[in-house]
Design a binder for this molecule. Structure first.
Ligand SMILES: [Zn+2]
Length: 576
């Protein structure tokens, strides 16, 4: 017999809550897409914005040609050679010596970019976070915030790399190395653009420029951008920044040879890791239970994986708008998608999108991945403690609450089958209301004799991050951003179409949400211009890297020439 009852320490989950969990359990603070009337998005483009009126040399003078390439290779390779790795288990700065390599990176930046270091105020936040500021002459304008991260992910096995990961080998086109793409590509590009501007003593920016560089983005950014975000909010206030540009997005994608789509992420999926820790009776393996704790957990894994989340395409969402643009400017690139967009058949379109590839599927679907399975200490002893960790990236239609509720729903039959006691998300915020009081008679496996697993399943979560609010893709700030992209990447016989997209991963901007509604995550890389971030043989095409630096140079100039985003109460020039 199995124990007749199961106790949920933190509470139980009602059947009514469960059946609706996936669509309705928003957590209040989350912006819900599709709730309000969505203006009919047509993908009209704002005007192209050429920064030439400021009289500065065009970006092509600075960031193209052999000399420019040589200089950029020297700068980038010097930076990539520094193994500024952040590890998941790093301790705090000042306590864990593994952070100390960042001192070397800071010294290197100072020697490579003398003008930035003489003209920008440099503040360190939490020892290794860097904030550089150059004050603008017009204090009525909100500052521009440019961001990148200093850290890189570890190298699993250097011997599998074509060139050693911190040798920064340049083969005439590609620069190879850990961080060459993620995110030192942006880091070098931003510093180089600022150095070009600030080395001209006559150039004094009108608008304040802030460069914010976290140092643990690859481990959630809590110590770096987390502290920088607080620092900047204290200094400038909430909503005080005109535009934030960080890494991310989907780069630049050319379709039909005549339309180049620029795809900055205007939204990030949410995130939550769910941990399930099972404690069960152990014992000698020669007289085992029908299931060891590993077997029980394997059933839970199987149950979770057998029940993926449903995809949903929401009208007015970034990915929908992207396909509206594609249907308008490249109708023949994917005729099926064009047809479904024109018909407004979102359900069929969602079905179509999930068949394309994982990257497309998981922009409209919450992902779940069991990434940890830890258990067992001895080949002749049944394990007494087993932990699994499930990573979730939450799509806009779902929520933290819905993920927690779903996990409880999925484990329910297994909890019943093995008579486990459950403690769910104790002491956490954003918990579903549980009412787990139904009849437990169904679906219970009947062993031939009494088995008492004496199991307790403890659920907890970490890294809960709400789905990010959507940044505007219209209005004055967007128009400057989009106009600059259209200018910087203009090409003969074609057009450039900037449109917002959604990111399945997170960036440091999760810590900057309060600073500005205009947050764009975009490393302006052409398709095929970088490769293998987070894995072996990471590299960047240095000609593509030059375009990135060139775009940053133009963006800073265009924002400097524009009076968009005045501070509250400030009178704009037009009004004077
Ligand atoms: Zn990154």
């Amino acid at each position: 017999m199995l124990p007749p009852s199961l106790a949920l320490v933190a509470g139980t989950l009602s059947a009514a809550t469960l059946t609706t969990a996936r669509s309705l359990l928003h957590d209040g603070t989350q912006q819900v897409l599709g709730d309000s009337e969505v203006a009919d998005f047509k993908c009209d483009l704002p005007p192209v914005l050429n920064p030439s009126k400021d009289g500065l040399p065009p970006s092509s003078d600075i960031f193209s040609g052999e000399e420019a390439l040589k200089l950029q290779v020297k700068r980038h390779s010097t930076i990539v050679k520094i193994p500024s790795i952040s590890y998941d288990d790093n301790g705090e700065p000042g306590e864990d010596p593994r952070w100390d390599v960042f001192y070397k990176l800071h010294d290197t930046l100072a020697s490579l970019y003398p003008s930035v270091h003489s003209r920008m105020e440099r503040v360190t936040v939490n020892t290794f976070g860097l904030v550089y500021t150059v004050k603008g002459s017009d204090t009525s304008l909100k500052p521009l915030l440019l961001a990148a991260h200093q850290d890189v992910v570890p190298v699993a096995d250097a011997s599998t790399w074509k060139y050693p990961p911190f040798s920064a080998h340049f083969d005439g086109r590609w620069l190879w190395g850990r961080g060459a793409s993620d995110d030192k590509n942006s880091l070098t590009g931003l510093f180089s653009a600022l150095e070009s501007l600030l080395s001209n003593p006559e150039w004094i920016p009108k608008r304040t420029i802030i460069l914010a560089l976290g140092f643990d983005e690859e481990c959630s950014g809590r110590r770096g951008a987390g502290e920088i975000g607080k620092y900047l909010e204290e200094l400038y206030g909430a909503g005080s920044v005109a535009l934030i540009l960080d890494e991310g997005g989907m780069g630049l994608e050319l379709l039909d040879n005549d339309t180049l789509y620029a795809l900055p992420a205007v939204m990030e999926k949410g995130h939550i890791d769910i941990w399930l820790e099972l404690h069960v009776n152990g014992g000698h393996s020669s007289i085992p239970f029908p299931h060891t704790g590993i077997g029980i957990m394997a059933e839970i894994v199987n149950q979770i994986e057998s029940n993926p989340w449903a995809p949903k395409l929401i009208k007015g969402s970034p990915i929908y708008n992207h396909f509206v643009c594609q249907a308008r400017y490249s109708p023949d690139a994917a005729p099926n998608i064009t047809k479904l967009i024109n018909k407004g058949n979102l359900e069929a379109l969602a079905e179509e999108l999930v068949t394309i590839d994982r990257a497309t599927q998981y922009r409209i679907q919450t992902s779940q991945a069991v990434d940890y399975f830890i258990g067992g200490v001895k080949i002749n002893a049944m394990p007494e403690s087993i932990t699994i960790g499930v990573n979730h990236r939450i799509a806009p239609q779902d929520s933290i609450l819905a993920v927690k509720a779903n996990i409880l729903k999925q484990i329910k039959p297994i909890v019943k089958k093995f008579g486990l006691t459950v403690s769910a998300f104790k002491g956490e915020e954003l918990n579903p209301e549980f009412a787990f009081d139904e009849d437990l008679g169904d679906g219970v496996a009947e062993p031939m004799y009494e088995v008492d697993y004496n199991g307790t399943l403890i659920l907890s979560s970490s890294q809960a991050t709400l789905v990010a609010p959507v940044s505007p893709t219209s209005g004055p700030v967007w128009d400057v951003f989009s106009g600059t992209i259209q200018h910087s990447f203009a090409f003969d016989g074609g057009r450039v179409v900037p449109v917002g997209e959604l990111m399945t991963g997170n960036t440091d901007t999760r810590h900057y949400i309060n600073l500005s509604p205009n947050i764009y995550r975009w490393t302006p890389v052409r398709q095929g211009g970088n490769a293998n971030a987070h894995t072996v043989d990471e590299r960047v095409d240095m000609y593509v890297h030059l375009e990135i630096a060139s775009f940053y140079y133009d963006l800073i100039r265009n924002f400097d020439a524009s009076d968009v985003a005045p501070k509250a109460g400030a009178i704009s020039e037009e009004e004077l």
